[in-house]
Design a protein around this ligand. Sequence first.
Ligand SMILES: Nc1ncnc2c1ncn2[C@@H]1O[C@H](COP(=O)(O)OP(=O)(O)OP(=O)(O)O)[C@@H](O)[C@H]1O
Length: 253
Amino acid sequence: MALLEVDRISIQFGNVRAVQDVSFSVDEGIVYSVIGPNGAGKTTLFNLITGIYRPTAGAVRLDGREIQGRTPYELARRGMARTFQNLQVWMNMSALENVMVGAHLHLDGSLFKALLRTPALRRRDRALREESAGLMEFVGLGAYVRSRADSMPYGALKRLEIARALAMKPRLLFLDEPAAGLNPKETQEVDALVRRIAETGITVVLVEHDMKMVMNLSDRILVLDYGKRLAEGSGPEVRGNPDVIAAYLGGHA
Ligand SMILES: Nc1ncnc2c1ncn2[C@@H]1O[C@H](COP(=O)(O)OP(=O)(O)OP(=O)(O)O)[C@@H](O)[C@H]1O
């Protein structure tokens, strides 16, 4: 059984059929990319799967169980984490605190205990800090462990968001344009980071415009165009598909 199954989902905003009858499935342990020209429906598809929107038709299954209509919080507890195309970093917090917020998902949120500041809680807090600092190292941000988020360059903030998502200990990680706005060197670093993440066994679903990165990383690729599934397959299959070539050369990209 596939880890994630998307079964004929659709959503419409007014007259815009942003996602129409799209199906695909993602096996555990792979890197799966979603590509397509601007406005093709990639981010909307992520929003449908991660609980931000509810599909008007169709089903999404995680481990065979339907999850459409669940909240992003519930889905995060079931092992789905994501980053956003536009940065969602808390600038008034430290870099480390941003990562710790992700890890808090797995703690029991008793305010009473937090107020008591028990020794057990202090130990847990220390462990959480160490774990979060370790994740910052893992994404290549070791130098920023003591930094405020608002003092970090854009490229580092993109990776900080990935560290926060990893702190949620996901099985399935959705990355929405992790290389957007990055220079070629930073893009290469993110490329290598996604590979390292996949090597830890986390299944990655990626939306990305950088074709070199997509072709380099992806086990399978879904191509969307005007909200519809245009093609699906391995990198070479998709690259050689005449419909895909036409959509990309057709001028609306
Ligand atoms: N909340 C919304 N309300 C109305 N229209 C929306 C909404 N979200 C997306 N759309 C429309 O749905 C279509 C798909 O948008 P979406 O952002 O998913 O495309 P995309 O493939 O992610 O594009 P890009 O590559 O530019 O990020 C577009 O026509 C967009 O204007």
